[in-house]
Design a protein around this ligand. Sequence first.
Ligand SMILES: [Zn+2]
Length: 192
Amino acid sequence: MRLGLRIQQPHRCRCRALTDALGHHSLSCHRNPGRLPDLAALNDVVYRPLGAAGIVPPPPLEPQGLDRGDGRRPDRSTVFLFRRGRIFMWDATCVNTCSTLINDRALAAGAAASAAEHRKHRRYEDLARRYDFSPLAVETSGVLDPAFNDLLQDIGSRITKRSWEPQETTWLRQHISFVVARGNAAAICGLH
Ligand SMILES: [Zn+2]
């Protein structure tokens, strides 16, 4: 992918579009089944360390009672106050760095992740007024949106204070890299 090589045999996607040899369609298409576990794994990278960071008891798997009225709600939330004295909730997304939709803005590193972060903020702007809402956007190249990066730093620092292990934040970032790389492979191979 990074070298722009042909990594996929073009074929008919579930959405009926013809995929490209570079894998861009497979990484972007929301009907590609390989994309879904990607988000679940991303959520886990934030959810599981919260307990180690002292945010106990662990948050529920899905926030309840936060439906915006249209069936959409953030992926997860904490039970107790976290940052800025508010309940924290988040919604994870992984966007293709080379998506044709953002190609004209992809000149700067992280442009696709930042665009996705803005879209999520607009989608949940009502909740964001009452809670500490954070869209967690990462690109298929592994670049994190700055807000996501700050969150990992925050959680990692809290774990370090308890474990005395200075590498906690680094390990969280490495975990994200593994999740993204595994998600890319699943999307390209059409797994799941
Ligand atoms: Zn498709």
